[in-house]
Design a protein around this ligand. Structure first.
Ligand SMILES: [Ca+2]
Ligand SMILES: [Ca+2]
Length: 302
Protein backbone atom coordinates (compact mmCIF):
# COMPACT_ATOMS: atom_id res chain seq x y z
CA UNK A 1 0.00 0.00 0.00
CA UNK A 2 1.41 3.43 -0.93
CA UNK A 3 1.54 6.33 1.52
CA UNK A 4 -1.23 8.27 -0.28
CA UNK A 5 -3.62 5.31 -0.27
CA UNK A 6 -3.15 4.89 3.48
CA UNK A 7 -4.20 8.53 4.05
CA UNK A 8 -7.43 8.46 2.03
CA UNK A 9 -9.43 6.35 4.49
CA UNK A 10 -8.21 8.53 7.40
CA UNK A 11 -9.39 11.70 5.67
CA UNK A 12 -12.69 10.00 4.90
CA UNK A 13 -13.01 8.92 8.52
CA UNK A 14 -12.31 12.44 9.76
CA UNK A 15 -14.83 13.98 7.36
CA UNK A 16 -17.40 11.34 8.25
CA UNK A 17 -16.90 11.97 11.98
CA UNK A 18 -17.30 15.73 11.57
CA UNK A 19 -20.39 15.25 9.38
CA UNK A 20 -21.88 12.85 11.94
CA UNK A 21 -21.23 15.29 14.78
CA UNK A 22 -22.86 18.17 12.87
CA UNK A 23 -25.84 16.00 11.96
CA UNK A 24 -26.32 14.78 15.53
CA UNK A 25 -26.29 18.37 16.75
CA UNK A 26 -28.86 19.35 14.11
CA UNK A 27 -31.08 16.37 14.91
CA UNK A 28 -30.83 17.10 18.63
CA UNK A 29 -31.99 20.63 17.88
CA UNK A 30 -35.04 19.50 15.87
CA UNK A 31 -35.91 16.53 18.08
CA UNK A 32 -37.25 18.87 20.78
CA UNK A 33 -41.04 18.58 20.43
CA UNK A 34 -42.72 21.75 19.21
CA UNK A 35 -45.16 23.31 21.70
CA UNK A 36 -48.85 23.31 20.83
CA UNK A 37 -48.52 26.90 19.80
CA UNK A 38 -50.95 27.57 16.95
CA UNK A 39 -54.17 29.18 18.10
CA UNK A 40 -55.48 29.99 14.62
CA UNK A 41 -54.23 29.43 11.10
CA UNK A 42 -56.22 30.79 8.15
CA UNK A 43 -54.89 29.55 4.81
CA UNK A 44 -57.78 30.74 2.63
CA UNK A 45 -57.83 27.63 0.44
CA UNK A 46 -61.64 27.23 0.31
CA UNK A 47 -62.19 28.76 -3.13
CA UNK A 48 -63.12 28.31 -5.87
CA UNK A 49 -60.74 30.68 -7.60
CA UNK A 50 -61.99 34.09 -8.78
CA UNK A 51 -65.16 33.90 -6.70
CA UNK A 52 -66.56 35.45 -3.54
CA UNK A 53 -68.09 33.05 -1.05
CA UNK A 54 -71.87 32.62 -1.12
CA UNK A 55 -71.82 31.80 2.61
CA UNK A 56 -72.43 34.80 4.84
CA UNK A 57 -72.54 34.89 8.62
CA UNK A 58 -71.52 31.24 8.77
CA UNK A 59 -68.14 29.61 9.29
CA UNK A 60 -66.49 29.73 5.90
CA UNK A 61 -62.87 30.95 6.16
CA UNK A 62 -61.49 27.89 7.91
CA UNK A 63 -59.05 27.80 10.80
CA UNK A 64 -56.84 24.73 10.26
CA UNK A 65 -55.35 24.85 13.79
CA UNK A 66 -58.10 22.61 15.17
CA UNK A 67 -59.24 25.32 17.60
CA UNK A 68 -62.40 26.22 15.68
CA UNK A 69 -61.53 29.88 15.13
CA UNK A 70 -63.20 30.05 11.73
CA UNK A 71 -64.02 33.43 10.21
CA UNK A 72 -67.11 34.72 8.49
CA UNK A 73 -68.04 37.72 6.39
CA UNK A 74 -71.15 39.83 6.85
CA UNK A 75 -72.75 39.92 3.38
CA UNK A 76 -72.17 39.30 -0.31
CA UNK A 77 -70.70 42.77 -0.78
CA UNK A 78 -68.23 42.32 2.09
CA UNK A 79 -66.77 39.02 0.85
CA UNK A 80 -63.21 39.06 -0.51
CA UNK A 81 -62.34 37.20 -3.73
CA UNK A 82 -60.24 34.04 -3.95
CA UNK A 83 -57.26 34.43 -6.32
CA UNK A 84 -54.57 32.05 -7.58
CA UNK A 85 -51.98 34.78 -6.94
CA UNK A 86 -50.06 33.45 -3.91
CA UNK A 87 -46.84 34.32 -2.02
CA UNK A 88 -45.55 30.75 -2.48
CA UNK A 89 -47.06 27.66 -4.17
CA UNK A 90 -45.89 25.49 -1.27
CA UNK A 91 -45.69 26.74 2.31
CA UNK A 92 -41.93 26.49 2.98
CA UNK A 93 -42.26 25.68 6.71
CA UNK A 94 -44.88 22.93 6.33
CA UNK A 95 -44.66 21.71 2.74
CA UNK A 96 -48.42 22.22 2.36
CA UNK A 97 -49.82 23.28 -1.00
CA UNK A 98 -50.89 26.90 -1.21
CA UNK A 99 -53.18 27.49 -4.18
CA UNK A 100 -55.27 30.52 -3.22
CA UNK A 101 -55.16 33.88 -1.44
CA UNK A 102 -57.81 36.49 -0.68
CA UNK A 103 -58.03 39.78 -2.55
CA UNK A 104 -59.85 42.63 -0.80
CA UNK A 105 -61.18 45.97 -1.91
CA UNK A 106 -62.38 48.54 0.63
CA UNK A 107 -65.45 47.48 2.65
CA UNK A 108 -64.54 43.79 2.38
CA UNK A 109 -63.45 41.90 5.49
CA UNK A 110 -63.76 38.67 7.43
CA UNK A 111 -63.57 38.16 11.17
CA UNK A 112 -63.89 35.71 14.07
CA UNK A 113 -67.45 36.30 15.28
CA UNK A 114 -67.84 34.99 18.88
CA UNK A 115 -64.91 32.57 18.56
CA UNK A 116 -62.62 31.33 21.36
CA UNK A 117 -59.64 33.33 20.08
CA UNK A 118 -61.48 36.60 20.81
CA UNK A 119 -61.02 36.17 24.58
CA UNK A 120 -57.83 34.11 24.51
CA UNK A 121 -55.16 35.50 26.83
CA UNK A 122 -51.77 35.87 25.11
CA UNK A 123 -48.77 36.04 27.44
CA UNK A 124 -46.69 35.59 24.30
CA UNK A 125 -47.89 36.14 20.75
CA UNK A 126 -46.68 35.70 17.17
CA UNK A 127 -48.78 37.00 14.26
CA UNK A 128 -47.72 36.03 10.75
CA UNK A 129 -49.30 37.16 7.47
CA UNK A 130 -48.38 37.33 3.81
CA UNK A 131 -49.61 40.63 2.37
CA UNK A 132 -49.64 42.64 -0.81
CA UNK A 133 -50.70 46.24 -1.37
CA UNK A 134 -52.32 47.27 -4.65
CA UNK A 135 -52.13 50.94 -3.72
CA UNK A 136 -49.95 53.13 -1.51
CA UNK A 137 -52.98 55.28 -0.70
CA UNK A 138 -54.92 54.90 2.52
CA UNK A 139 -54.27 53.35 5.92
CA UNK A 140 -54.71 49.61 5.51
CA UNK A 141 -54.94 46.95 8.24
CA UNK A 142 -54.25 43.45 6.98
CA UNK A 143 -54.80 41.71 10.32
CA UNK A 144 -56.34 43.32 13.39
CA UNK A 145 -58.23 42.80 16.62
CA UNK A 146 -61.37 44.82 17.27
CA UNK A 147 -61.89 46.96 20.34
CA UNK A 148 -60.64 49.94 22.33
CA UNK A 149 -59.32 48.34 25.50
CA UNK A 150 -57.70 51.51 26.90
CA UNK A 151 -60.11 54.44 27.25
CA UNK A 152 -57.44 57.10 26.72
CA UNK A 153 -56.10 55.47 23.54
CA UNK A 154 -57.70 55.30 20.06
CA UNK A 155 -55.72 52.15 19.35
CA UNK A 156 -57.37 48.73 19.04
CA UNK A 157 -55.63 45.82 20.83
CA UNK A 158 -53.46 44.85 17.84
CA UNK A 159 -52.88 45.52 14.17
CA UNK A 160 -50.60 44.76 11.22
CA UNK A 161 -50.97 47.86 9.07
CA UNK A 162 -49.81 49.89 6.07
CA UNK A 163 -49.35 53.60 6.79
CA UNK A 164 -50.50 56.07 4.14
CA UNK A 165 -48.40 59.05 5.25
CA UNK A 166 -44.97 57.39 5.02
CA UNK A 167 -45.81 54.18 3.11
CA UNK A 168 -44.28 51.94 5.78
CA UNK A 169 -45.64 48.83 7.43
CA UNK A 170 -46.55 49.43 11.07
CA UNK A 171 -47.25 46.80 13.71
CA UNK A 172 -48.79 47.48 17.12
CA UNK A 173 -49.85 45.59 20.21
CA UNK A 174 -51.22 47.05 23.42
CA UNK A 175 -49.31 45.10 26.04
CA UNK A 176 -50.82 43.72 29.25
CA UNK A 177 -49.86 46.92 31.10
CA UNK A 178 -52.09 48.90 28.72
CA UNK A 179 -49.38 50.64 26.69
CA UNK A 180 -49.46 50.57 22.85
CA UNK A 181 -46.12 49.27 21.53
CA UNK A 182 -45.28 50.10 17.93
CA UNK A 183 -42.59 49.48 15.38
CA UNK A 184 -42.19 50.03 11.65
CA UNK A 185 -40.66 48.52 8.54
CA UNK A 186 -37.33 49.88 7.30
CA UNK A 187 -38.71 50.30 3.77
CA UNK A 188 -41.83 51.05 1.75
CA UNK A 189 -43.36 48.04 -0.01
CA UNK A 190 -43.60 47.83 -3.78
CA UNK A 191 -47.15 47.70 -5.13
CA UNK A 192 -48.03 44.23 -6.42
CA UNK A 193 -45.30 42.34 -4.53
CA UNK A 194 -45.84 39.85 -1.69
CA UNK A 195 -44.26 40.41 1.73
CA UNK A 196 -44.20 37.82 4.52
CA UNK A 197 -44.58 39.61 7.85
CA UNK A 198 -44.02 38.27 11.36
CA UNK A 199 -44.71 40.17 14.58
CA UNK A 200 -43.23 38.39 17.60
CA UNK A 201 -43.77 39.23 21.26
CA UNK A 202 -42.32 37.09 24.08
CA UNK A 203 -43.99 39.12 26.82
CA UNK A 204 -40.99 41.34 27.43
CA UNK A 205 -39.83 42.28 23.91
CA UNK A 206 -41.67 42.84 20.61
CA UNK A 207 -39.84 42.29 17.31
CA UNK A 208 -40.86 42.68 13.66
CA UNK A 209 -39.53 40.63 10.72
CA UNK A 210 -40.21 40.74 6.97
CA UNK A 211 -39.21 38.42 4.15
CA UNK A 212 -39.66 40.40 0.96
CA UNK A 213 -39.07 39.75 -2.75
CA UNK A 214 -35.58 38.33 -3.28
CA UNK A 215 -34.98 37.65 0.44
CA UNK A 216 -33.97 34.11 1.41
CA UNK A 217 -34.56 34.82 5.11
CA UNK A 218 -36.70 37.10 7.24
CA UNK A 219 -35.00 40.42 7.96
CA UNK A 220 -35.57 42.16 11.29
CA UNK A 221 -37.11 45.63 10.99
CA UNK A 222 -36.37 48.54 13.28
CA UNK A 223 -35.26 47.74 16.82
CA UNK A 224 -36.74 45.41 19.47
CA UNK A 225 -39.37 47.19 21.57
CA UNK A 226 -39.66 46.60 25.34
CA UNK A 227 -43.11 45.53 26.55
CA UNK A 228 -44.46 45.10 30.06
CA UNK A 229 -46.67 42.58 31.83
CA UNK A 230 -47.30 40.25 28.86
CA UNK A 231 -47.65 40.41 25.10
CA UNK A 232 -51.26 41.49 24.63
CA UNK A 233 -53.90 43.14 26.75
CA UNK A 234 -56.95 40.94 27.39
CA UNK A 235 -60.03 41.95 25.38
CA UNK A 236 -63.01 40.30 23.70
CA UNK A 237 -63.06 41.74 20.16
CA UNK A 238 -62.94 39.78 16.92
CA UNK A 239 -59.75 39.13 14.99
CA UNK A 240 -60.11 40.67 11.53
CA UNK A 241 -58.57 40.30 8.08
CA UNK A 242 -59.05 43.07 5.51
CA UNK A 243 -59.63 45.99 7.88
CA UNK A 244 -58.98 47.22 11.38
CA UNK A 245 -60.43 49.56 13.98
CA UNK A 246 -59.61 53.07 15.14
CA UNK A 247 -61.18 54.76 18.16
CA UNK A 248 -63.68 51.90 18.46
CA UNK A 249 -64.94 52.27 14.87
CA UNK A 250 -64.28 49.93 11.96
CA UNK A 251 -61.65 51.50 9.68
CA UNK A 252 -58.62 51.07 7.46
CA UNK A 253 -59.86 48.69 4.77
CA UNK A 254 -57.21 47.29 2.50
CA UNK A 255 -56.81 47.45 -1.26
CA UNK A 256 -54.65 44.37 -1.64
CA UNK A 257 -54.26 40.70 -0.81
CA UNK A 258 -53.73 38.57 2.29
CA UNK A 259 -52.72 34.93 2.70
CA UNK A 260 -51.39 32.49 5.32
CA UNK A 261 -52.38 34.24 8.54
CA UNK A 262 -51.20 32.34 11.61
CA UNK A 263 -51.57 33.30 15.28
CA UNK A 264 -49.39 31.50 17.86
CA UNK A 265 -49.33 31.81 21.65
CA UNK A 266 -45.55 31.53 21.79
CA UNK A 267 -42.77 33.74 20.46
CA UNK A 268 -41.70 31.79 17.38
CA UNK A 269 -38.06 31.85 16.29
CA UNK A 270 -37.39 33.15 12.75
CA UNK A 271 -36.50 29.56 11.74
CA UNK A 272 -40.11 28.59 12.61
CA UNK A 273 -41.83 31.22 10.44
CA UNK A 274 -44.06 30.01 7.59
CA UNK A 275 -41.92 31.55 4.86
CA UNK A 276 -38.73 29.54 5.54
CA UNK A 277 -38.03 25.78 5.39
CA UNK A 278 -38.34 24.01 8.72
CA UNK A 279 -35.08 22.83 10.34
CA UNK A 280 -35.97 19.13 9.90
CA UNK A 281 -35.65 19.70 6.15
CA UNK A 282 -32.04 20.70 6.80
CA UNK A 283 -31.59 17.62 8.99
CA UNK A 284 -32.91 15.41 6.18
CA UNK A 285 -30.42 16.97 3.78
CA UNK A 286 -27.70 16.38 6.38
CA UNK A 287 -28.62 12.70 6.72
CA UNK A 288 -28.48 12.41 2.92
CA UNK A 289 -24.99 13.90 2.94
CA UNK A 290 -23.94 11.49 5.69
CA UNK A 291 -25.23 8.54 3.65
CA UNK A 292 -23.32 9.71 0.56
CA UNK A 293 -20.16 10.04 2.68
CA UNK A 294 -20.59 6.51 4.01
CA UNK A 295 -21.16 5.09 0.52
CA UNK A 296 -18.07 6.92 -0.81
CA UNK A 297 -15.94 5.61 2.08
CA UNK A 298 -17.19 2.05 1.49
CA UNK A 299 -16.35 2.33 -2.22
CA UNK A 300 -12.82 3.54 -1.49
CA UNK A 301 -12.23 0.56 0.78
CA UNK A 302 -13.61 -2.05 -1.59
CA1 LIG B 1 -53.66 30.28 0.80
CA1 LIG C 1 -49.24 56.81 0.77
Amino acid sequence: MTESKKHIPRRGLLFGTVALAVCLLLLAAVAVPAPAATIAYWQFEEGPVDTQTAVYQGDWFLDSSGNGNHMWTWADTTAPTYRSDVPFATVPQTGAANDLSLQFTPNQDNYTFAKPINTYSFGQLTVEASVKVNSLDGYQVFVGKDGKPVASEAFPPMFVKFLDHNDLFEVMMIDASGVPRLTWSDFAPTVGEWYNLALVNDGSTMRFFIKGPGDTQYVEQGSPVAVSGGALIDSDGSWTVGRGMWDNGIADWINGSVDEVRVSDVALAPSEFLGVPEPSTLASACLGLLLLTAVAAWRRRS
